[in-house]
Design a protein around this ligand. Sequence first.
Ligand code: SF4
Length: 489
Amino acid sequence: MKTTTPHLSKSRFQTGRQCHKRMWLELHRRDLVAWSDAAQARFDEGTHFGELARELLGGGLLIDAEHFLPQQAQTQTSAALSKTANEIPMLFEPAFEHEGVRIRADALQRLPQGERLIEVKSATSVKDEYLWDCAIQTWVMRGAGRPVTEIRLGHIDNGFVLTREGDYAGLLKQADITAEVENLLPTVTAIVDELKAVAAGPEPSIATGPHCFHPYDCPFQDYCRAKEPPAPDYPIEDLPYAGKLIDELHEAGYADLRDIPPARLYNQRHHRIAQAARSGEAYIAPQLREELAAISYPRHYLDFETISFAVPRWLGTRPFQQIPFQFSCHVEQADGQLEHRAFLDLSGASPIAAFADALLTACGNDGPILVWNQGFEASRIRDLATFLPDRADALLALNERMIDLLPIYRAHYYHRDMHGSWSIKAVLPTIAPELDYGELDIGDGDSAQVAWRRAVSPETGDAERETLRRNLLAYCERDTLAMVRLAKV
Ligand code: SF4
């Protein structure tokens, strides 16, 4: 552990605002940071957009000293700023320091009337935390003598559609947030002083809670949870959509669902969840069997896996559009005969047309299409219909045949081990534990996306790609096999 008080930075200011302990751990125990592969993929997307944004801003001088060499970066910045604005009108990644806080700005534009700070985010709108990002940067830059007169947020325009290969003009949108940031600036000095005291002190004692996820997922959750007493087997957080009620119950001293007097719960679903926790018996309404039995044959159990990009990769697509690259379809006849059909595109080229054709073939013309959470698959099919007008009627006809198993289960089934969730991965182990996802190398949608990105990367060798292909096929197949099983309970 270092003995001197470390410098603060833009990101430490932000994490310190989220949780003093998080900032302290980032400064003193970086070895404990645990980012998931999915989080890393999101960071990589942000970096990609940031690099593209420099081109979209018209180019400029990049201060290229590494982030772990702040003095070198500041020296390069001073040298660049000693030239006239005509010579260097735009700087990327300039480095500044004020009162022990170091920052690297995404972009600094030098204008006749002053300087414009541009913060770039791979998001589609202005969020509160971005205003604070800009507030600490403005505080440092003005403190370092820069005449910052205008502050902008460069973000993604979600109305952008890629219509020409490599042409991203229009993807970057700028919002003037000067007034909002000016409103925050008077409070920055006090926050910096407070965070400096935290940085110089011992590890803060802070319990985990909702702040561990907002505005950003904290990478120290394993560390913090390991030091806390184990949560009850059926915590009150299992109650869905109950933020205010959960706060009230905590204030009243309740932590375990089984201890809550029924009179403190107000809706039927919460009563059902608490009762299942107390009794240990699943709630199964007779309508579950009736509604499932009423579904006709041949049944098509369908599930999609999708990928999205901040910077659209394929013609006709929008930022963050969910594009399906894989499906699994089990077709079940009335006599129980089961056939599996699947599609997976790992070419890296647009999977859209091939996916749609394979889907139409797999689903045929007759029989219900069973999904878990219809909104997702139905939206993807509507997107496909927009992409492929010549197949739109056939694609939209699939949505007419869709039956959603999720609301049937939500209305008529609950087991306490679902912990307040009706996701298929929560329901399945309570009915068919033998189909557990734990035995698979890919166990959730995030991991499937990470695997897809890895598989299409030119750096991935054939053997690894083949392994990823098998793992992806096995995962998606499990999702539809799970539905086959759940439709028979
Ligand atoms: S897990 Fe929660 S309590 Fe622990 S450092 Fe992160 S935000 Fe703070």
